[in-house]
Design a protein around this ligand. Structure first.
Ligand code: ADP
Ligand code: MG
Length: 319
């Protein structure tokens, strides 16, 4: 392993499909279909903040791309290609091999070829920056400001498991090896509903991916759309692996837990059947958890009809 160029050639130079100009030139080139808009998003992952230094590098490669693909899904966009910025303190072949394999496995599965990036030496920590490009019909992009009063509020998948894994690993929950084993894949191998998100374009009104907690993230839609929401906690899909935990802990994880990488979206009630059919096609769980209101603010009722107060705030890097 001589240098930066060998490193790129060894781990990050798999050929892209012929319609792309991939790794090796000053810029990559990618085709965008006529009439489509380019959707792009970037996410940083920093050691000690977004992942533990000893995380399985294969999972890290997967997650670095998954959290970006999740943004495309939340916009209703189809993945086109991605870029990888990598800053590492030293060359560790086994780590790089596993990281790149995890990354490429998802890139292949999502038809999102790696077409370029940048590689530098860092002082001590690993830092990963992934940028994704996708395309979406401009008329149907799922913007945060498009929720309408009377819309249903939906979420895909389940909630809470990733947050419980994180809390177990941070020792803010009592040790429980079986629960850690059951929840850890949710934290380390997020599986955003990419196909489903794409199919929501033209069906849903507003959407986003849940990265910082349902309450906080749905709050972004409400603010951008100038409306509020009434939600029903009993309708929320707490992950079944959390069954053994006290209800108060589950509730906090479901409402406030981050790292979910499932979608929260709003759609007209007339779309219910269509949404359920799309979910069935994708073998995906969807839950209708409430509705959009003209009254601003977010209210969540528990199973007894009582308002939950205070609501968990979710994650904020500078909070
Ligand atoms: P430049 O100096 O023009 O920025 P680099 O020497 O940084 O080019 O990179 C050489 C080529 O390798 C470029 O095509 C770049 O996109 C690609 N590349 C660099 N690092 C990565 C990486 N981590 N993953 C994928 N492609 C990479
Ligand atoms: Mg460069």
């Amino acid at each position: 392993m001589g240098n930066e160029f060998d490193l790129i050639a060894t781990y990050f130079s798999r050929p892209a499909p012929p319609q792309f100009l991939g790794v090796g030139d000053d810029c990559a080139l990618l085709p965008v279909a006529p009439g489509m808009q380019l959707a792009t998003s970037t996410d940083l992952l920093i050691e000690g903040r977004h992942f533990f230094a000893d995380v399985d590098p294969r999972a890290l490669g997967h997650k670095a791309l998954a959290v970006n693909l999740s943004d495309l899904a939340a916009m209703g966009a189809q993945p086109l290609a991605c870029l990888l910025g990598l800053s590492i303190p030293r060359v560790e072949p086994a780590w790089l091999k596993a990281f790149s394999e995890g990354f490429y496995a998802l890139a292949d599965a999502a038809s999102c070829p790696l077409i370029g990036g940048d590689t530098t030496r860092s002082h001590s920590d690993v830092l990963i920056s992934v940028t994704v490009f996708g395309q979406v019909d401009a008329r149907y992009a799922l913007r945060r400001n498009a929720a309408k009063v009377g819309d249903d509020v939906w979420v895909t998948g389940t909630l809470g498991a990733a947050d419980v894994a994180l809390r177990l690993m941070l020792n803010t929950l009592a040790p429980d090896p079986a629960l850690l084993e059951a929840t850890r894949p949710f934290l380390e191998w997020p599986q955003p509903p990419l196909e489903f998100g794409r199919k929501l374009a033209g069906v849903a009104n507003a959407a986003l991916d849940i990265s910082d907690g349902l309450v906080q993230d749905l709050g972004h839609i409400l603010k951008a759309s100038g409306c509020g929401a009434d939600l029903d906690y009993a309708a929320m899909p707490a992950d079944p692996v959390l069954q053994s935990l006290p209800p108060a802990i589950v509730q906090e994880a479901v409402l406030g837990g981050g790292d979910v990488y499932q979608l929260c979206f709003t759609a007209l009630p007339a779309r219910r059947e269509q949404i359920l059919a799309l979910a069935r096609q994708g073998a995906l769980r969807v839950s209708r958890i409430g509705c959009i209101t003209a009254q601003p603010g977010l209210r969540v009722k528990d199973a007894a009809g009582q308002l939950i107060h205070p609501l968990p705030v979710g994650f904020d890097h500078f909070g």
